[in-house]
Structures are given as C-alpha cells and as structure tokens.
Design a binder for this molecule. Structure first.
Ligand SMILES: [Zn+2]
Length: 184
C-alpha cells in the first residue's frame, strides 16, 4: 500500500469512527433529552415532556415579531394593549405561545387593574420556573415556561388570597384555550 492510499484509508476510517452510519442521531438525542414532569389539563394529571430547545432563527419562524421579542428577549408589552388583559370570566386555560405547555387556569385570573393579565398562581408549580431579575435597577422575580424557557412576566407579592401573589403576565406569551376545546 502506498502512502497516499494508506492516508485515504485512515481518513475514511476516522470518519466512520466519528460518524458511524449505524448510529441514529435522532434516538441518541432523544435519550439525552431533559425530561420534565408537568401538569396537563387535557390529561387531568402529570405527564412527562421533553424540554424544548430552539435557536432564535427557529423561534422567529414560529412566532410573530412581538411574541418573539417578549418571550425570547425578555420584552414587555404595553399595558392595556394585549389581548388578555381584560378578565372575561370565560373558563379555560392559558398555554405557552411557544411550546403549548399549560401555564395558568382562568379560575385563578383576577382583574389587577394593571393592564396585564394577572393570576394568583400557575396551573402547577412544575409548569413554570423563576429567577431573580435585576434589570432596570429593580430586583424582581422573573417567571418563565419550564419547558421552553419562554419569558412570561414577573411575580409580585401584592396579589389576592389564597396565595397573595400576582403573576403579571404578557398576553403575547399566552394562548387561551376554552374548557370545551381542551381535549381529554
Ligand atoms: Zn413554553
């Protein structure tokens, strides 16, 4: 075997080692996926879901400019402009506009007078996540979807009972589904 052939064979051997054809990348990814146990209104119980990770480009393809700015870039819609700030009393749930995860039950929505949809608790603690937000010279608690990390809004401690909390949420991060349309 001459030197050139040897190098060619070695190179193709390296490629096979790095990218063996029998390895299914999809299943390899699925096995490594982070799973969450979250509440599902449609199932009436907890279900396992995989975390959703997408690039900004992928999110831009799925969302409107406003939805992208608010959920992926920690934006805030102008008060009294979103589609859900008025409380109608209609029964149903509010899902994440990015990944469809259930986030809030209409039963916990109240009229806060702030111009943003407000809830005294999430549909289940596992369906949201929080972290400390020190932007704009304030210390606030940011709240996001636990499945896809979509920014939803902030939590304040001036809400009504039974929790005393106010989840101040951007309408643009939500998608309302009436009770009759929630599949079981
Ligand atoms: Zn989400």
């Amino acid at each position: 075997m001459n030197r050139r052939k040897f190098l060619q064979r070695t190179a193709s051997g390296m490629l096979l080692f790095l990218f063996p054809p029998w390895l299914n990348f999809d299943s390899a990814l699925a096995e490594n996926a982070v799973r969450l146990n979250v509440w599902s209104a449609a199932e009436g119980g907890y279900i396992m879901v995989e975390k959703v990770n997408k690039t900004d480009e992928e999110w831009r393809d799925l969302l409107t400019e406003e939805q992208f700015h608010i959920t992926r870039k920690q934006g805030t819609e102008t008060a009294f402009t979103g589609k859900y700030w008025k409380t109608t009393g209609e029964q149903g749930i509010y899902r994440c506009v990015c990944c469809d995860q259930d986030l809030f039950d209409a039963n916990t929505k109240f009229d806060s007078g702030t111009g943003w949809p407000s809830y005294y608790q999430p549909i289940a603690p596992e369906n949201v996540g929080t972290h400390e937000d020190r932007s704009w010279f304030m210390v606030r608690t940011e709240v996001h979807c636990s499945r896809c990390e979509a920014h939803l809004g902030h939590i304040f401690d001036d809400g009504p009972q039974p929790t005393g909390l106010r989840y101040c949420i951007n309408s643009a991060a939500l998608d309302f589904v009436a009770s009759a349309e929630i599949k079981r």
